[in-house]
Design a protein around this ligand. Structure first.
Ligand code: FAD
Length: 434
């Protein structure tokens, strides 16, 4: 009999909670990954770089496992059918995996757990992706926090206990992987996708970056942030290791990791945010303009507001956008163009390499004012002064808009002052404010 370890968004052998428990189960462990057709089928872009990222990482995992005399089992299909087949092919005693908080994943896991239970097989799942999850951090009234600052205070207090940030020493038990000949992975093409061959952000956390983070993080032209988001998204790095480094070298950076936990617990405790609803229901009364052509200009980076256009072009070309610019582009779409934040959320979801439902929804609802910590509705970013403040030398702008100072660059698509008034009117009408 064997134990199966199911990789999902935890694609590493080191410091992996569920894998650690599997390796200590007493059964030989067969690691497994499923290319889930429920997720792959709707992807329209056949050059989706997230698939390319996962595929590349699985290749690396396969090499590591081969060195240890084992293999990674990779399947392509729908979860239920695949699991039925696995149960026929292998004598499975137990299944190990890590928690996944997204609504689709929860539903999928419930079905698989039930399928396994029918055969008397345990489905054991662990916290791995975050430091604190679900209801681990509650207010004194035992309610989830809905405001970040007190949440982060409680988080830091609890994290003083080293238990929560300690690594799981999987390497001590690597000899417990099932002995097996290494099987080739399906190619990306066999899955219906193509590689771009472009490099991905490196998996390194530099001490120098952490030391300068507080001063440089808002300047999109500076290499001032970690660029680890895609690695955090797919679990190629351990959050516990990063939290320890943040604690040691930059409390500002640690705070960003706490935002990540914060939004994960919001999605868990307030599932309506993941179902297309505003965290604050009154914001669903806003009458959006939803002008298709204007939305298209925003998507393509042709608004005539250089910081917005630079950000959208960076996103379209690389799958990444600097955080400050995510805030500015989101604010512009929602407030200057009065386009429903859900349109922008969906566009980012399709394009971001680091796309994460909880963080993306949190970011968009923050910008719309409808979210947890929401900026007050009357605070509207001025894209011109934001650019002057955060890209004073226009380096970021020129990097992404070669035609910036020529006649080819379009004039601003709206008058910001007028758009601001129009937005305030729409928000006030929805919220019943004078
Ligand atoms: P760093 O500044 O080095 O931060 C370290 C890590 O902390 C990040 O990798 C990320 O995992 C986490 N983090 C940082 N800021 C936030 C935040 N505000 N909320 C949650 N986690 C955070 N982040 C995503 O990971 N996925 C998304 O889909 C996403 N969508 C966003 C949409 C909008 C409208 C906004 C305003 C922000 C969004 N963010 C999202 C948050 C943030 O912009 C990115 O995490 C960050 O830019 C990634 O770059 P980095 O790895 O260099 O971050």
């Amino acid at each position: 009999k064997i134990a199966l370890f199911w990789f999902r968004r935890d694609l590493r052998l080191q410091d992996n909670a569920g894998l650690y428990h599997a390796l200590r189960s007493g059964y030989p462990v067969l690691p497994f990954f499923l290319f889930d057709r429920h997720i792959l089928d709707p992807l329209e872009d056949k050059r989706d770089r997230r698939l390319e990222f996962i595929h590349q990482v699985l290749g690396e995992l396969q090499e590591e496992l081969k060195e240890k005399g084992s293999t990674l089992l990779v399947k392509y299909g729908y979860p239920e059918g695949t699991w039925q087949q696995l149960l026929e092919d292998y004598a499975i005693a137990e299944v190990y995996t890590n928690h996944d908080y997204e609504p689709y994943a929860q539903e999928r896991d419930k079905k698989i757990e039930a399928l396994l239970r029918e055969r008397g097989i345990a489905f054991k799942t662990y916290k791995d992706q975050v430091i604190f999850e679900k209801d681990e951090i509650l207010t004194t009234q035992h309610k989830p926090y809905t405001v970040f600052t007190p949440y982060s205070r409680a988080w830091k207090q609890k994290a003083k206990d080293p238990f929560y940030v300690k690594s799981y020493p999987t390497e001590k038990y690597f000899r417990h992987f099932l002995s097996a000949t290494s099987e080739p992975l399906p190619t990306l093409e066999a899955l219906g996708f193509e590689a771009s061959g472009e490099p991905f952000p490196k998996k390194v956390l530099r001490r120098e970056m952490l030391e300068k983070y507080h001063d440089l993080r808002n300047y999109p032209a500076a290499p001032g942030t970690s660029r680890l988001s895609v690695h955090l998204r797919f679990g190629t790095v351990s959050i516990r290791e990063l939290a320890r480094k943040g604690e040691a070298h930059s409390s500002t950076w640690l705070n960003e990791l706490i935002w990540r936990d914060f939004y994960q617990q919001i999605l868990w405790n307030f599932p309506h945010v993941g179902e297309g609803k505003a965290f604050r229901p009154e914001y669903d009364r806003i009458r959006w303009r939803n002008h298709e052509e204007e939305f298209q200009k925003w998507c393509e980076g042709r608004t005539g507001f250089p910081i917005v256009d630079a950000g959208m072009r960076q996103l379209n070309a690389t799958g990444y956008m600097h955080n400050r610019v995510r805030m500015i582009t989101a604010s512009f779409l929602i407030k200057d163009l009065l386009v429903d934040w859900r349109w922008g959320e969906a566009y980012f979801a399709a394009k971001l390499l680091d796309y994460d439902l909880a963080a993306n929804n949190g970011g968009w609802q923050w910008a719309a004012g409808s979210g947890t910590d929401a900026a007050p509705y009357f605070r509207i970013f001025n894209p011109t002064s934001q650019a002057q403040k955060f890209d004073p030398q226009q380096k970021y702008l020129r990097d992404w808009i070669p035609e910036l100072n020529s006649l080819d660059y379009p004039p601003p698509m709206v008058d910001h002052a007028q758009a601001r008034e129009r937005c305030l009117k729409a928000y006030k009408a929805a919220l019943g404010k004078e």
